[in-house]
Design a protein around this ligand. Structure first.
Ligand code: DC
Length: 227
């Protein structure tokens, strides 16, 4: 790894505010942001577009072998296509669980994420960054929030895109995803022992980002003085 390059791992359950926080932190520190969930979403979109079932490992691995997945300009690319909001559709969200649990898929994604995150200092958000992708990351945070609060955040996000969902339906879906993320045998959602736990239930996005930025800057400044 190049000297001076560091990683900030931000893990946690769905709708805990990871991606917006990670973007704000990366912007403030002037380093790369990598949304690893977007990568699993892009593969799922590709599998669905080709008419395959996400539960069919042969079909998923066949698509994976042809996947031209890249990360440029702060977003995921499928070859020359920017899939945009299509990766965040409800269909992708509810059907991606089996794909995320396939060991060969995780191995492929982790390898790409390491290559992208080693080239330059990077903030990565996901489920297994501090435990699997970069267990040696200099900074690790684990974001959590109450289920009802996460469902309210998701509801506001979907409303802004013109989609109406009841709070109960969103709580059920988040609970299902939490369970699926935490119970898979490869790369499950788990707090790394050395990660700092941040409960975001009563925090705004700016506040939780500021907390992380403060911690990172404190350590970087201290290290600069000791060098
Ligand atoms: O962060 P997100 O909600 O966009 O993630 C979408 C899905 O991808 C989520 O259900 C879990 C999965 N995921 C994963 O398995 N490993 C990661 N490092 C990031 C996301």
């Amino acid at each position: 790894m190049a000297e001076g390059v560091y990683q900030v791992a931000i893990d946690g359950p769905a709708a805990s505010g990871k991606s917006t926080t990670a973007r704000l932190v990366a912007g403030d520190l002037g380093i790369q942001y990598l949304d690893t969930g977007a990568m699993y979403r892009a593969l799922t979109l590709d599998v669905l577009r080709h008419g395959h079932a996400p539960t069919d490992p042969t079909a998923v691995l066949e698509r994976l072998s042809r996947l031209e997945l890249d990360w440029r300009e702060d977003r995921v690319w499928l070859g020359e296509e920017d899939p945009g909001e299509a990766i965040r559709s409800n269909e992708v969200s509810v059907r991606m669980g089996p794909i995320c649990a396939m060991p060969a898929v995780r191995e492929w994604m982790v390898d790409l994420q390491r290559r992208l995150g080693q080239r330059q200092s990077t903030v990565l958000d996901g489920r297994d960054i501090g435990t699997v992708v970069f267990p040696q990351a200099r900074f690790k945070f684990f974001l959590v929030a109450d289920l009802a609060e996460r469902a309210r955040r998701r509801q506001r996000e979907l409303e802004a895109r013109g989609q109406q969902h009841t709070l109960q339906a969103l709580m059920d879906e988040l609970e299902r995803r939490d369970l699926s993320d935490a119970s898979r045998s490869t790369g499950p959602l788990r707090q790394a022992e050395d990660a700092i736990l941040v409960d975001t239930t009563t925090l705004g996005l700016e506040e939780q980002a500021a907390l992380i930025i403060k911690q990172v800057r404190l350590v970087l400044t201290r290290e600069a003085f000791c060098d």
